[in-house]
Design a protein around this ligand. Structure first.
Ligand code: IPM
Ligand code: MG
Length: 360
């Protein structure tokens, strides 16, 4: 098969981790007889520096006309004072919106060999963590009206959070379907004791629940969910939640996997085109040092193979290569548990990419 991929490397460690994912995809192409054609487009701060906007119209067009999009990370302190309209993150939200990527899957899996790298005690995570966060990605407070205005002699800022039934229903369906293919347990996270959007969320989920009687469904308030994720993470199978709650809970959940560098994500629409990115940011403090962990990005590429290209065995091959490398003891600095990793070898970002590719 031949597939066209738009590559948005972005800022900070983005280009380093994306290069390793491309290395792995090329290896998949060689082994399984596929051709991946890449179009590189600037996004975020690097695009602001070059063109004055976080993504150009041509760049957006490239995303819209390719089979899939691979993203590194955007943003950094250099662009923190940019006006809201041209901030690096604005481009990421625009791509998500324009491509209709309403469903963001964030698998949270602990490789047992990395239990020592997690800040949580082994007795909490020891039984193994394997959950998926299904985050709504094109609605809620991220996309509502925003304004800062002068009122009674001081500045007042407003961010509006809105959800319509159809937006909740379509993400709910993705979550129930995901649960059906896994452990058939779904926790819907909201703040229905306070927010109208959450009350509509809950009502819509309850309507869907009737259609999926095999799924053991529960409602959890977001503050309680944040606590339970740390206290009793193995109780979770699939978590569905709105945009901002999902953003926050997925960073929290990443600590169950040992490092935020481990976590991939797939942003999906109703069609086959998706965008695939690690959940972490651009980590400007370690950029250019060749020490970033490319695993989250490589696993995101595996999700691209599976969800956008229907290449199941190729996706399995990438995931198995990652598991093998971890099992053989190769570690980037973030997953090297201090003093406890006898026999493990500290490797750079590029070495880790080579090791993954060689194991396919
Ligand atoms: C994420 C990130 C983004 C988000 C930022 C970079 C806009 O934190 O993908 O989780 O908030 O969605
Ligand atoms: Mg985030």
């Amino acid at each position: 098969m031949k597939k066209r991929i738009t590559v948005l490397s972005g800022d900070g460690i983005g280009p380093e981790i994306v290069a390793e994912a491309v290395k792995v995809l090329d290896r998949v192409g060689d082994v399984y007889g596929h051709t991946f054609e890449y179009t590189y487009v600037d996004i975020g701060g690097c695009s602001i520096d070059k063109y004055g906007v976080p993504i150009t119209d041509e760049g957006m067009q490239a995303c819209l006309s390719s089979d899939s999009v691979l993203l590194g990370a955007v943003g950094g302190p250099k662009w923190d004072d940019c006006p809201a309209e041209i901030r690096p993150e604005k481009a990421l939200l625009a791509v998500r919106k324009q491509l209709g990527l309403f469903a963001n899957l964030r698998p949270t899996k602990l490789f047992p060999q990395l239990a020592g790298a997690s800040p949580l005690k082994c007795r909490i995570i020891g039984e193994g963590i394997d959950l998926v966060i299904v985050r709504e990605l094109t609605g809620g407070i991220y996309f509502g009206e925003k304004k800062t205005e002068e009122k009674d002699g001081e500045l007042t800022a407003t961010d509006v959070m809105t959800y319509s039934e159809h937006e909740i229903e379509r993400i709910g369906r993705v979550a129930f379907e995901t649960a059906m293919k896994r452990g058939r347990r779904l926790a819907s996270v909201d703040k229905a004791n306070i927010l109208d959007t959450s009350r509509l969320w809950r009502r819509t989920m309850h309507m869907l629940r009737e259609q999926y009687p095999e799924v053991e469904y529960s409602d959890i308030l977001v503050d309680n969910a944040a606590m339970k994720l740390i206290k009793d993470p193995t109780r979770f199978d699939v978590i569905v939640t709105e945009n901002m709650f999902g953003d926050i809970l997925s960073d929290e959940a990443s600590m169950l996997t040992g490092s935020i560098g481990m976590m991939p994500s797939a942003s999906l629409s109703s069609g086959t085109r998706g965008m695939y990115e690690p959940i972490h940011g651009s980590a400007p403090d370690i950029a250019g040092k060749n020490i970033a962990n490319p695993t989250g990005t490589v696993l995101s590429a595996a999700m691209m193979l599976r969800y956008s290209f229907g290449m199941e065995k190729e996706a399995d091959a990438v995931e198995n290569a990652v598991a093998k490398a971890i099992d053989e003891g190769f570690r980037t600095q973030d997953i090297m548990a201090a003093g406890k990793d006898d026999g493990c070898r500290l490797v750079s970002c590029t070495e880790m990419g080579d090791i993954f590719a060689e194991r396919i």
